[in-house]
Write a protein that binds this ligand. Sequence first.
Ligand code: HEM
Length: 415
Amino acid sequence: MDGQAHTDNSDQKSAEPQDAVPTLSIAELEADPHGVFRRYRPRMPFTAHEAGGYLVLRARDLERVFRDPRVQSTETVYPEMRGITDGVLFALFEQGMLTSNGGVHRRRRSPFTRTFAARLIEELRPRIRQTAEDLIASWSGEDEIDLVERYTAMIPAQTISGLLGLPLADIPHFTRLVYDVSRVLSFTFQPEDIPTLEAAARELQAYVEKILAEKRRTPNGDFLSRYLAEAEASAELAPLEIIVQIVQLIIGGTDTTRVAGAMQVALLLEHPEQWQAVCRDPDLIPGAVAEALRYEPSVASIGRVSREDMELDGLTLPAGSFLMLSTMSAMRDEMVYARPDVFDIRRTDHPRLHPVYGGGPHRCIGEALARVELEEGLTALIRRIPQLGLAGTPPKLQGHSGIRRIDQMHVAWTN
Ligand code: HEM
């Protein structure tokens, strides 16, 4: 959210005394996250989280934290809070760009920045459009499908496979593993699920190791072959670090956009006049994509840790405090958005940088890619099946932190 224009919310009441910070239970948050945030946000900038740490609720405070050098990245907050402190699952987060800071972060992230730059990603637009068109063409003769399985999961999976040079035949295998592993970034798992998640993490690591071994044996000039050769020649990254950066790209590049793609279609179909407006006028698509990401984001919060004692909006945070920056709450902050609980694809008060992609040095590296995938996914759908409708119960996004989840979403149409 760096640098974005927003209404000053100095008239919001300042924090109540620290001992009044309420503790939210995971169950309460899971049942009605927006309702909980709406209740607390105007009165208090923070709440404590049952599993530990503080939820930061207001847009203004998120911006401050992203800019504050005393606050650093640590996505290991989510595994640790649920008792995962070792194993492959932990390493997959701990060794990645997402969890690192300063020079280590730059070393892990910089090999990818050019590939994911908006200008180069824009060149992929025709290919992504073709992927979406081909997927829709493959439903010929059908009149009901699970849109997540057959479309919104496939567009990002095929795109990231093409970009990195992963065999398309591997998609079902690695998307299943990613879906299990990324649960660690939400609270949608129980302690008894941990062995399953750890097994998935081991398999995912082994999968990427196998792919890299093939690229080393027979480099073919694709992205991974080049990345591997350069990383090994520079010796700046340990072998496990190389694997983990690829795993993080695969996780970031699939699950987040899979959920966002489904949610944007669901929200438009639940607001039929807006679906019809988009069908009539495709120029509304970028606004629809941005609004769906604001209204029901696929990533709900970002983890950080304070490295020094510090004060934030009246709350004294001791060094080592976990902060869950709730983008999900901040994107409904009534001090930034007019009628924040209204889904409106024509709204004009989106900040210049969309908050769903975070802020500061860790701002999403795949933002441009996600935007193109979401825009093209929606464009192909409205062009080919404007008569689309939801089949069965409307989908509900699970989760209020990290990557949110949606298992399936049935849609139907008349031929
Ligand atoms: C709608 C889709 C997406 C959303 C909402 C999203 C959201 C985010 C957010 C909030 C962060 C910052 C995390 C933090 O500061 O701790 C992030 C980082 C990241 N994202 Fe995305 N993302 C999306 C799509 C993608 C895609 C398509 C890729 C594929 C390349 C990707 C790869 C990454 C990576 C590798 C990072 C870590 C960057 C770093 O730590 O320097 N994301 N994403």
